[in-house]
Design a protein around this ligand. Sequence first.
Ligand code: GLU
Length: 258
Amino acid sequence: MDRLLAIKIGSNVLTRSDGRLDITRLSALVDQISDLRREGYKVIVITSGAVASGRSEIKVDHELDDVSQRQLFSSVGQARLMHNYYQFFREQGFNCGQILTTKDNFTDETSYLNQKNCMKVMLDAGIIPIVNENDTVAIHELMFTDNDELASLIAVMMGVDTLIILSNVDGVFTGDPADPASRLIREIDPADDSILEYIGEKKSTNGRGGMKTKFSVARKIASQGIEVVIANGKRDDILTDILHGNGDVPYSRFKTKR
Ligand code: GLU
């Protein structure tokens, strides 16, 4: 088997309720991805959490504007994040490498082809690409909407079979996920507009995303033939449960036209 997966890990998955980096969760996700690698899957990881993990690490004794804070926290947080991915993958016998990118790398043809080739070279050599936005230079109009948009661009660029978006909710619900009357929608037809009425505006507490952008990128790329799954990265064994077809595990899957 040589199925290519893109797995997007959101800031909320990697952050504890007090804002600190959840190293235990990160390690558990690395263990699952390593299991999938051993089963023959190829994997690209798109990870958020740089800003959140830098913010919880450093204290600044002077006023900083939003842009400067983001630059400072991400510079420290990205190093910290990568250090953890690198160590945990190494313990599992795998190598990973870092790719930091910006929106203009998807519009400039030379940059696009260079980054595509880099990821291909890594995958062919058995290295797991760990991708994030280069938050130190991506400011305002140069920014992706959020890492869900980045993950979808990577998924299309690399022609993955499946994109799994991990956040801290089980998937797309028929209302507020916190409301017990809401029901998880397990299978979504990307052409079905009626689901739009259910999608809340609520934004992520630690990242920039929310269900609205997740839903819109998911349906867009599902209509291009890539299977998309939205699931809860805080659930133990979520990745292996999804890919091993454990029927009880909750998630939303977007049907493809294939
Ligand atoms: N690139 C940002 C980070 O690593 C996250 C962007 C997002 O939340 O989607 O902190």
